[in-house]
Design a protein. Structure first.
Length: 88
């Protein structure tokens, strides 16, 4: 395109990557191929997500991804640290 022809260095590389590798499509593809399904992941995530007894109705519903289990909500507050890009 007209304006793109005058770009050099980092702006040229950024524009090339925007056109060549669409971030939204690439990210969605990686999510679909690399992340486990919720049904698989909840089996090992329940211990990090739920602080109650691991053998009660809520824990079992989370672990099995049971849509008919009790309504659960997880609230997380991300607090930035002094390291750029890190949260705790």
């Amino acid at each position: 395109k007209g304006d793109d022809k005058s770009l050099t260095g980092k702006p040229l590389m950024k524009r090339t990557m925007q056109i060549w590798i669409n971030a939204a499509d690439t990210l969605l593809s990686m999510i679909c191929t690399k992340l486990p399904s919720p049904r698989t992941a909840q089996k090992y995530r329940v211990e990090n997500l739920y602080e109650g007894p691991m053998d009660d109705e809520a824990a079992n519903a989370i672990r099995s991804c049971n849509k008919d289990g009790p309504l659960m909500m997880y609230v997380s507050k991300m607090v930035p640290t002094s390291d750029k890009g890190r949260f705790y």
